[in-house]
Design a protein around this ligand. Structure first.
Ligand code: MG
Length: 386
C-alpha cells in the first residue's frame, strides 16, 4: 500500500491532497457495502476483473473466446454438424465456403449443445426469386433446436409479420425490415436467454435480442414459450442445453461464418453478479469474507487491520472483530506518540472506521471513533468527509 502511495505522489506531485488519493487506495471503504440481495459493494475491488477477450479482426469475425461452428470449410461442416434425419437421400452441401440447405435433406443440428449465447450467423436467400410469402428463401435459425429466428427473403415479399425474417416465429415480428436483396449476405447477431423454470414456476421466461445487418430488430423479446406454427405457444421449460438447428424448408438458403459465445450465468442459474436471492447473497458474502480473512492472515500491522475491517463489510465474524479490535488498539497506541509521521495511516484507518460506523458494521459509540477523530482535529488535518 505504501509503495502505491509513493507511486501516486510521484505521479501527481507532493501537493496531492488527501481528498484525491484516498478513494483510490481505500476503494474497499468507498461505495455502499453489500446488502441482502447484492453480495458486492458498489465499486468493489474484490470482484474478479472481466476476462480478456480479443475482438475479431473485423466486426462479425469471431473473437478469441468464440466457439466456431462453421468457418467455410468442408472439415468444419463435418466435425461440427449432423443431419437430424437418419434416413435421407441428400445432404446439406458446402460450396464456395457456404453451407447450403438442400431440399429433402432435413434439418441440420450442431453437435455442440449449448443454451444462453451470443450467436453470429450469416445467410443469403437465393438470388433467383422463386415463390412468395413463406415459400421464398425460407430457412430458420433455431436456438437450442426450440425457438426459431426466421430466415426468409422478405426483401419485396410481404408475409404475416410474426413469420417475417428476423421474427421470433409465431411470437414477435421484427421491428423493421432491414434486409438486403435476394442473393446478398445478411448477418444475424443474436443474444439468447433460455426460459428457466423451477418448482413449477417460471423463474425467467427467456428472451431474444436480434440485430439484422447491425440493426436491432428484437430487443429482449420475451419468448412466451418459444413460438410454434399456427398455435399460441405457452410458457414451458427448455432443456439445460440443446443444438443449434438450421432448417430445411425446401429452399437453397446459404449460411456462413457461424460462431457463438456463452453468456455469463444469471443469478437464477448460480451467477453471482446482479440481484441475488437472500440465501445466495449471504453465501457469496461469507465466501468473500473468508477470502479476505485469509488474505489478512498473510499481512501485518495496518494492512492486516484494514483487511480484517474490510471483511466485516461482508460478514460479521466474531474472530475477525476481536482480531481487528486488538490490532486497532495496538495501531492507535503506536501512532499517537508521533501522529505527524503516521498521518496517512491514521487518516486511512479513520476513514475505514467511519465507513463501518456509517454502514452499521461498527458501533458509533465505540471509543476508537472518538480517539481517531480527536487526533485528526488536534493536528488540523483535512479529511475527505464533511
Ligand atoms: Mg423458417
Amino acid at each position: 500500500m505504501n509503495s502505491n502511495l509513493n507511486f501516486f505522489r510521484g505521479l501527481f506531485g507532493a501537493t496531492l491532497s488527501l481528498f484525491i488519493f484516498i478513494p483510490f487506495l481505500c476503494a474497499q471503504f468507498y461505495g455502499d457495502p453489500p446488502d441482502k440481495t447484492h453480495p458486492w459493494a458498489i465499486h468493489d475491488n474484490n470482484r474478479s476483473q472481466p476476462l480478456r477477450v480479443d475482438p475479431g479482426e473485423v466486426p462479425g469475425s469471431p473473437p478469441s473466446d468464440a466457439i466456431i461452428l462453421f468457418d467455410g470449410s468442408q472439415e468444419s461442416f463435418k466435425s461440427n454438424w449432423e443431419h437430424e434425419k437418419p434416413k435421407r437421400k441428400k445432404n446439406w452441401r458446402v460450396i464456395n465456403g457456404a453451407l447450403i440447405s438442400v431440399d429433402g435433406a432435413g434439418d441440420l443440428l450442431s453437435k455442440a449443445l449449448f443454451a444462453d449465447c451470443q450467436l453470429h450467423i450469416e445467410w443469403a436467400a437465393p438470388s433467383k426469386i422463386v415463390g412468395s410469402g413463406q415459400g421464398r428463401g425460407n430457412s430458420g435459425v433455431f436456438l437450442m433446436g426450440e425457438t426459431e429466428v426466421q430466415v426468409l427473403d422478405n426483401y419485396n415479399n410481404p408475409t404475416y409479420p410474426d413469420g417475417f425474417a428476423g421474427s421470433v416465429y409465431g411470437v414477435m415480428p421484427p421491428m423493421v425490415n432491414a434486409l438486403n436483396g435476394p442473393g446478398e449476405w445478411q448477418t444475424y447477431d443474436i443474444i439468447f436467454r433460455r426460459p428457466v423454470h423451477g418448482d413449477g414456476k417460471v423463474l425467467d421466461g427467456g428472451s431474444l435480442t436480434v440485430l439484422l445487418n447491425g440493426i436491432v430488430i428484437q430487443d429482449g423479446t420475451p419468448l412466451e414459450g418459444g413460438g410454434v406454427h399456427k398455435k399460441r405457444s405457452r410458457p414451458r421449460p427448455f432443456p439445460d442445453k440443446g443444438p443449434l438447428k438450421l432448417q430445411d424448408h425446401g429452399n437453397p438458403v446459404q449460411f456462413r461464418n457461424i460462431w457463438y459465445r456463452e453468456l455469463r450465468k444469471r443469478p437464477i442459474e448460480g451467477g453471482t453478479d446482479g440481484k441475488l436471492s437472500f440465501e445466495s447473497t449471504i453465501a457469496k458474502r461469507a465466501e468473500t469474507a473468508a477470502n479476505i480473512r485469509k488474505d489478512a492472515a498473510t499481512r501485518k500491522g495496518k494492512e492486516k487491520l484494514l483487511r480484517l475491517m474490510e471483511s466485516l463489510c461482508y460478514e460479521e465474524d466474531a474472530g475477525a472483530i476481536a482480531a481487528a479490535e486488538k490490532l486497532r488498539a495496538k495501531f492507535i497506541a503506536q501512532v499517537k506518540i508521533d501522529p505527524d509521521s503516521h498521518k496517512e495511516d491514521i487518516v486511512q484507518v479513520n476513514n475505514a472506521v467511519k465507513y463501518l460506523v456509517k454502514h452499521q458494521r461498527m458501533r458509533a459509540d465505540h471509543p476508537d471513533v472518538e480517539i481517531l477523530k480527536k487526533i485528526i482535529i488536534d493536528n488540523g488535518w483535512k479529511t475527505r468527509d464533511k
